[in-house]
Write a protein that binds this ligand. Structure first.
Ligand code: HEC
Ligand code: HEC
Length: 357
């Protein structure tokens, strides 16, 4: 049997005595008894990065996740009911958008590539420029962003409040039928925390010791990634493939998008962007904050010979390369092959994360 099949289902439902005890509610007939839940991860993940941190203000429950799952796919959230979160964060693309720039409800485009939603429970700064500090905070923005869902919260709340299906789901998740924006983003964030991906061939090889899981070429690519390529300096080998920092990898001598500086206002942050995870990178094209690269070959070409040494605040790890790693054609192909081994087929197909409607 394939390992992938054995590993299906990371999420266990843990019913604690407290959470399962019936709580007093205002009506005699209704009882609020949510099922506490945590995200379980393979032992090697817990070893490197610990279990997923949970927030005290938004404890995860099976009912909250179910509600968040439905909301994530619900077009009711957008002004003209044409797009949901999933319109720009597609499961088959590891919850990224294959379009260079996502299109909002009024046909307008932003100027940044959408970001994959993978293992974000360990993250504390969101967006390419880090302007949000929690998943809950992040989820407020697309609903009202004029180039995304272009809606307003009173309207969203009114629509949800008029639905008996949602009224029931909110009661089950939060013990109240009075919906507000905070409960909406709490539920969505709970669902997003379940989007964990640690089941790639690379994991079977590197963390689980299955020496046959990677081909010889992929193993050569891995050696470049952790060795001379220094990729792991920022895309850490700690199972998450990111150090969660904001860095300038030298794309432009004069960055058009200020990146982190947009948020902090500090010139020392100009050109710095969130170090993205590389998990499922084969399915999240195009690449970089502005989608400038269409293929992984383009990305590797960049790291090989096109690093802009005069870029402001070029990261301390980058000058070691000179203008690049000067990889041979064979080495480039090896590195690309390795990056493609980071795809988690279960994650991008699992019905547990698919459209529930
Ligand atoms: C119109 C397309 C679009 C829609 C709709 C949309 N997003 Fe996004 N999302 C983006 C783009 C583009 C970015 C990156 C924007 C930036 O950095 O300025 C992003 C970034 C994010 C991030 C940050 C990821 C990270 O690693 O920091 C999360 C989380 C996210 N979106 C969740 C959601 C949720 C939840 C919804 C629905 C409430 C949603 N998005 C709706 C396009 C979209
Ligand atoms: C100095 C830290 C650093 C090093 C070293 C580094 N990267 Fe990156 N990487 C980044 C940052 C930051 C971004 C996002 C840049 C942007 O969009 O402006 C990125 C983006 C990427 C992307 C695109 C991800 C996406 O979702 O669009 C790939 C693929 C990638 N790097 C692969 C590599 C490989 C392969 C190496 C080694 C040859 C490497 N990186 C070395 C920091 C680094």
């Amino acid at each position: 049997m394939k390992k992938g099949l054995i590993l299906v289902g990371y999420i266990t439902v843990i019913c604690t005595i407290n959470a399962c005890r019936k709580k007093d509610t205002q009506t005699a007939t209704e009882s609020y008894s949510p099922t506490a839940m945590s995200v379980t991860v393979p032992a090697y993940v817990a070893k490197y990065v610990g279990s997923m941190p949970m927030t005290g203000t938004n404890p995860m429950t099976a009912e909250g996740v179910e509600l968040g799952h439905k909301l994530f796919y619900d077009k009711t959230l957008s002004n003209d009911m044409t797009i949901s979160c999933a319109s720009c964060h597609k499961q088959e693309n590891a919850f990224d958008d294959p379009r260079p720039f996502s299109q909002g409800t009024n046909g307008s485009f932003g100027d940044r590539n959408a970001m994959a939603i993978i293992n974000l429970g360990w993250n504390t700064r969101f967006f390419w420029d880090g302007r949000r500090a929690s998943l809950e905070g992040q989820a407020h923005d697309p609903v009202t962003n004029p180039i995304e869902m272009a809606n307003n919260w009173p309207e969203v709340v009114k629509r949800l409040q008029n639905s008996t299906v949602y009224s029931d789901l909110f009661f089950k998740a939060f013990g109240t039928r009075t919906i507000d924006s905070n409960l909406v983003v709490n539920a969505i964030s709970q669902f997003e925390r379940t989007l964990v991906s640690f089941n790639s061939r690379f994991d079977h090889f590197y963390f689980e010791g299955d020496s046959t899981a990677l081909t010889a070429q992929e193993q050569r690519g891995l050696a470049i990634f952790v060795g001379d390529g220094k990729c792991k300096n920022c895309h850490l080998m700690n199972t998450l493939f990111t150090d969660h920092e904001f860095r300038n990898n030298g794309l432009d001598a004069n960055p058009k998008d200020d990146g982190l500086m947009k948020f902090t206002g500090s010139a020392a942050d100009k050109g710095k962007f969130k170090v993205p995870t590389l998990r499922n990178i084969a399915v999240t094209a195009p690449y970089m904050h502005d989608s400038r690269f269409t293929t992984l070959e383009d990305v590797v070409d960049f790291y090989s010979s096109k690093i802009q040494q005069t870029s402001p605040n070029l990261d301390e790890h980058m000058p070691e390369f000179g203008s690049g790693l000067n990889l041979t054609t064979q080495q480039k192909a090896d590195l690309v092959a390795f990056l493609k081994s980071l795809t988690d087929e279960d994650f991008i197909r699992n019905p547990k994360f698919s459209d529930p409607n």
